[in-house]
Structure formats: structure tokens, C-alpha cells
Design a protein around this ligand. Structure first.
Ligand code: SF4
Ligand code: SF4
Length: 145
């Protein structure tokens, strides 16, 4: 069972469990609190520092879907034109190739050396599957531009 962000008791366990918070100015508990108070700034870059590791969700004593909430905020930020450029670049790869991390020549060579096909049986091999991925993305307003 999961609970709404409004059941947060501000214990800070999520912040303590967050690997990003150790290296950048990112405080998970503060994001939850700001969201509860209607004070989220969609232009706040720290929204994009979450690695989606789910550590916080696993440890939250109130069983709040913290990571999913952050992802929801990111979606709002994206729709408001406030996504960070590295994330937009990944989205561009996804639209272009169907992969967030497309295969390169080095990896293709490695596959061949292992007796595998140079390309994996994904959108890299199936143009119709790539078209389907693009249709889904474009349905969500992602043009790949
Ligand atoms: S761990 Fe859960 S209850 Fe504790 S501060 Fe974070 S969101 Fe709130
Ligand atoms: S999912 Fe995001 S906010 Fe939660 S612990 Fe991992 S990096 Fe931190």
C-alpha cells in the first residue's frame, strides 16, 4: 500500500538514503515538503538530479511513492519547457533510435566478436518497431527536434 505525499512526517529518511544528495544540492524531503505546500519551482534544476534509484521509496516509513512523485514533477517541468538539456538529448536519442543509449560501432564490433548479430533484436533491427516508438513519443508531444 502507498500513501499520499501529505502523510509525510518529515523524518528525513529519504534525504539520508539519497545518493544524489551526497554530491549535489538535492534534498528529497524538501521536494516532498515543497510539493505538499504547493511551492514546487518547476524550473528548479535539482528535480533532474534524482537518479530514480528508488532508495527513498524503499525506506520511507510512510510508504510514499517519492520517486514516482518526482517523476511526475519532471513531466510537468518537461511540458513547461523546463527540462535540462542532457535529458532532452537522451529523449532525442530515444526518438531517433528507440534507445536512450544507442549502440555504437565499438559495441557492435564486440557483439560480432562474441558471435552475436552486430545489432540487437530491438528497434536497431526493426524499423517498424522504431516507427511505433516514435508514434508513442509523438503522441506525448515529443518530436525529437
Ligand atoms: S522518508 Fe517519507 S515520511 Fe520521511 S521525510 Fe521522506 S517522504 Fe517524508
Ligand atoms: S530515487 Fe531519487 S530522490 Fe530517491 S533516493 Fe534515489 S536519487 Fe534520491
Amino acid at each position: 500500500m502507498t500513501n499520499s505525499i501529505y502523510s509525510c512526517m518529515k523524518c528525513g529518511t529519504c534525504t539520508g538514503a539519497c545518493p544524489s544528495g551526497r554530491v549535489v544540492a538535492f534534498r528529497t524531503r524538501k521536494i516532498v515538503e515543497d510539493h505538499c505546500n504547493g511551492e514546487i519551482d518547476l524550473g528548479d534544476e535539482s528535480l533532474w538530479y534524482c537518479t530514480t534509484c528508488y532508495n527513498c521509496m524503499e525506506r520511507c516509513p510512510r510508504h510514499i511513492d517519492i520517486t514516482d512523485d518526482i517523476l511526475g514533477l519532471r513531466e510537468q517541468a518537461y511540458r513547461a519547457g523546463k527540462a535540462l538539456s542532457p535529458h532532452l538529448k537522451v529523449l532525442g536519442y530515444l526518438h531517433k533510435t528507440g534507445h536512450a543509449v544507442p549502440i555504437n560501432e565499438k559495441v557492435a564490433d564486440k557483439r560480432a566478436s562474441l558471435g552475436l548479430s552486430r545489432l540487437p533484436p530491438t528497434t536497431h533491427s526493426y524499423e517498424d518497431a522504431l516507427e511505433e516508438v516514435r508514434r508513442i513519443l509523438e503522441g506525448e508531444g515529443v518530436s525529437g527536434e
